[in-house]
Design a protein. Sequence first.
Length: 183
Amino acid sequence: MTTQLKRLLIPQVDVIPLVEDDLIWLWHWNVEVPDAEWKRWDGPYFGDQDNRSYREFARDWRPRVRTGDRAIITVEGHRCGFVNRFEIEPVGGGWWELGLVIFEPRLWGQGIGRRALSTWTRQTFLETSARVLTLTTWSGNTRMIRCAEQLGYTVTGRVPEAREWDGRRWDSITMSLLRNQIA
Ligand SMILES: CC(C)(COP(=O)(O)OP(=O)(O)OC[C@H]1O[C@@H](n2cnc3c(N)ncnc32)[C@H](O)[C@@H]1OP(=O)(O)O)[C@@H](O)C(=O)NCCC(=O)NCCS
């Protein structure tokens, strides 16, 4: 199937506010799934092992519910991933960092991330005074880099060999998009 045809068949992708009912689902993907594949791509060099009970997890996450800075990605109304954002200090300085994950590998590479990131980027420019948005990843995460490039993000920072993962060194990559660059 060509990429173009694949894209025509992509279902509805939405970014919706994070609510209390999402927490158990997030706990499942963050803690309960053993050796989750998504963690091999999302900052794997941190090697974080999350062993929190649901109670502990929910206690940490609850203050972020309905703040607008964390949200759920849905495909045809079904939860599939998560986006977040935080302001780089000083508050009001105009620089926000975004994050994005789709938990199930079978959904990767179908344009869902691109659509979700497009919505989240627009929403962030609309809801904050951000002048510039950044995403931080690593040189091995080509899917993330390609996904962001499709939306006009460019690589504006590269720290060579900053990360060690899977037996070799990788560059740390920062990608940026200015408010006036949004397509
Ligand atoms: C990164 C992520 C959010 C991207 O979402 P996605 O839906 O997979 O991305 P898209 O399909 O919109 O775009 C992926 C791009 O990479 C390309 N791609 C797909 N599979 C690839 C692969 N194995 N290697 C390299 N590029 C690949 C696609 O062709 C597409 O590029 P194109 O638009 O030029 O054709 C998603 O893959 C994910 O959650 N991965 C695991 C967690 C993660 O890495 N999070 C980001 C942490 S910084």
